[in-house]
Structures are given as structure tokens and as C-alpha cells.
Design a protein around this ligand. Structure first.
Ligand SMILES: NC(=O)c1ccc[n+]([C@@H]2O[C@H](COP(=O)([O-])OP(=O)(O)OC[C@H]3O[C@@H](n4cnc5c(N)ncnc54)[C@H](O)[C@@H]3O)[C@@H](O)[C@H]2O)c1
Length: 332
């Protein structure tokens, strides 16, 4: 079979550390043929540093017309919608777009509808959905191993904002006008994870505060989830905890699952004491591999636009509750 031709729009940090390595892993079935970044030097650097030999284009239009089948969009949040629509609508190209898929529901709905009408893949890079450890947890919950879920706790914390640590100088991460901030950055992953593992949330109450950083976006978030199945949950997000922290605890009527996010790995099925902990686990299919298989119509690969839509709705509920001081019903 011919290799699927892939292009990148946005050649920043996530493209460098995740997308390129993951596509290189599946070089038997996919090839990165073209790249574009608003900053040409960033595209040139990516090509050189990772020995890509991709063509560098000077506009998204030229890249999209270059014969690629799929495009990966990894740009600041506010540009996801227009670039995705350009790829789907004008160029008829399958899209893997970074999270958050869009910055409002209208945009998300338009993207999903356009992909559906054009029969194209629209996948949102909600990466936790592809992580082996979280898939293992999901399978354990589904199999009834921990019984009925009663409560969930999730903490994800770091000591600084992404423009200082993750991608130095990328100040859009902390600017309202780019819809940066802790909620859209990390909350979008963790809220999606809770909804996926526990069930639909029927109410979210959140306290969002600016504790240390002088940007206009919250650097601390504590959100309380009430799930439709009666379970409760607490989601804690922070950019102000220097030692960092990551924890997911799921309490069920028959057992508990506990993992730390630094232990990226596998679950030890220590059922004796009904406590399931993280240890090493093998890799499963990556988001990038899933995308290529979806383009090629491999069975069992549904389009993941809806997943991104739900994640966005949860983020918007967390933001709104923080603003109003009232619980918000997520409009799923
Ligand atoms: N799935 C994940 O786990 C994960 C992790 C980190 C970041 N992300 C997401 O990926 C996206 C990019 O994040 P990043 O860490 O690479 O940021 P970054 O700032 O390192 O890179 C963004 C790149 O986009 C380029 N750019 C800006 N506007 C553009 C446009 N209109 N067209 C083309 N290029 C443009 C910039 O020049 C820059 O090189 C964000 O949406 C972020 O939320 C996802």
C-alpha cells in the first residue's frame, strides 16, 4: 500500500516532541511530506533538527494543495477552527487537530458537521484517550473490577506556566485573546478523562483563581463534578506547585484505582488489597497511528470530533462556573 502523505501546520513544541516522533514510528505506513509554520524559521529548524526532508510551504493553502491526505494542526488555540475548516472544506483533507479543538461550541459543531458532510476524518488530539494506562483503567472499570464508581480525584499540577517551561517564549499559552490558560491547556485533558472514565457530568462547580502569575488567566482551578450516575469528583489543576504533582484516584464499591501521572506506565493488578497501582505497561496505538488508519478506513476507527466537543463543553462549564460562582450544567 502507498504511504499516507501527511503535512503539518504549526511546527512548535508539540510537533517536535510528539507528532514527528510518532509519525516516524509508523514510517511504514505514513510519510511527512510537507510542513508550514507562520514562522518559516521554525519550519526550517524542524526539518533540519529532525532530518525530515519535507517540503516547506509558505502558506497553508500551498501545503494543503501539495497532495497530502492528512494534516496535523498544532497552532495556538484560536486558529484551530479556521485552519481545520480550510483543510476540510476547501481542500478535502483529513484533519488531526490539537486540543482544544476550537474555542466555542459553534465552531466545534461546524467542524464536526463539515467533516461528516465531506466524509473526512476529524480527530482531536485528546491524547489521554490513546494512553495505554488510561485504556487499561477504562477496561478495568468496564469489567466491573472496582464495582460502582463512587468518587474520583484528579490532580494535575506544575510549578510554572507553559510559556516559561514547556515552550519558552510561547506567550499565547497565557493570553486570553488566544484562549490560553490552565483550563484550555490541561483542564481539557483531565475533564475529558473524568467524563470518559466515570460518565457524563451533570453539574460542575469551579473556583478559578490567579494566585501567582500576573497574566489574566487562572493559574489554579478546583472543580467539583457531579456525575449523572451519582458519583462525585474533584479536579485540581495548578501552575503554582513547584514540586509538581499528578494523581488519579478512582474509588469504587469494590476497589480503588490509583495512579501517578509521572508513572506513565502500567497498572499493577494488586487485587489482594483492592488497590490497583501504576507500574509499566506496553505502548498501544498512538493518536497519529490511529489517524492514519482512520484515513485509510481501517475498521473500528470512529471519527473523534465528538470527544473533543465534550472536552470543550466541560472546559467552558469550568470557566463559566469560575466567572459566575455558580454550578453550571454542561450542555452536552
Ligand atoms: N495533546 C497534547 O497533549 C498537547 C500538548 C501540548 C500542546 N498541545 C496543543 O498543541 C498546540 C500547539 O502547542 P505547542 O506546544 O506546539 O505551541 P508552540 O507555541 O510551541 O507552537 C505553536 C507554533 O504554531 C505557529 N503558529 C502560530 N500561528 C500559526 C498559524 N496561524 N499558522 C501556522 N503556524 C502558526 C507558531 O509559530 C509556533 O511555531 C496548542 O493548541 C496546544 O494546546 C497539545
Amino acid at each position: 500500500m502507498e504511504k499516507t502523505k501527511i503535512g503539518f501546520i504549526g511546527c512548535g513544541k508539540i510537533t517536535q516532541v510528539a507528532h514527528v516522533p510518532c509519525f516516524l514510528e509508523i514510517a511504514k505506513k505514513a510519510k511527512i511530506t510537507g510542513i508550514y509554520d507562520l514562522n518559516q524559521k521554525t519550519a526550517q529548524k524542524l526539518n533540519k533538527d529532525l532530518s525530515l526532508k519535507a517540503s516547506i510551504y509558505s502558506s497553508p493553502r500551498d501545503l494543503l494543495a501539495s497532495g497530502i491526505q492528512g494534516v496535523v494542526i498544532s497552532t495556538p488555540n484560536t486558529s484551530h477552527y479556521s485552519l481545520t475548516m480550510q483543510a476540510l472544506k476547501a481542500a478535502g483533507i483529513h484533519v488531526l487537530v490539537e486540543k482544544p479543538m476550537a474555542v466555542n461550541l459553534k465552531q466545534a459543531d461546524m467542524m464536526i458537521e463539515t467533516a461528516r458532510k465531506k466524509k473526512l476524518v476529524l480527530q482531536v488530539n485528546q491524547t489521554l484517550r490513546f494512553s495505554p494506562v488510561h485504556n487499561k483503567i477504562k477496561a478495568m472499570i468496564n469489567s466491573g473490577k472496582i464495582g460502582k464508581i463512587v468518587h474520583v480525584r484528579c490532580l494535575r499540577a506544575g510549578g510554572n506556566t507553559p510559556d516559561k517551561e514547556w515552550a519558552p517564549g510561547s506567550t499565547w499559552f497565557v493570553q486570553k485573546k488566544f484562549r490560553g490558560g490552565l483550563i484550555m491547556d490541561i483542564g481539557v485533558h483531565m475533564a475529558d478523562l473524568l467524563g470518559w472514565l466515570v460518565g457524563k457530568a451533570k453539574s460542575i462547580y469551579s473556583i478559578n483563581s490567579i494566585m501567582i502569575h500576573s497574566n489574566n488567566v487562572p493559574d489554579n482551578v478546583t472543580a467539583i463534578f457531579e456525575f449523572a450516575n451519582g458519583a462525585t469528583g474533584v479536579l485540581e489543576l495548578s501552575w503554582t506547585i513547584p514540586c509538581g504533582g499528578g494523581l488519579l484516584e478512582i474509588y469504587g464499591s469494590k476497589g480503588t484505582i490509583r495512579i501517578g501521572f509521572s508513572e506513565k506506565s502500567k497498572l499493577e493488578l494488586a487485587s489482594k488489597n483492592k488497590m490497583y497501582k501504576a507500574v509499566k505497561i506496553g505502548a498501544e496505538k498512538t493518536s497519529q497511528s490511529w489517524f492514519v488508519d482512520s484515513i485509510n478506513g481501517v475498521k473500528g476507527n470512529p471519527s473523534l470530533g465528538e470527544v473533543g466537543r465534550h472536552a470543550l463543553i466541560y472546559c467552558m462549564a469550568i470557566e463559566k462556573s469560575g466567572r459566575t460562582g455558580k454550578p453550571v450544567v454542561p450542555n452536552l
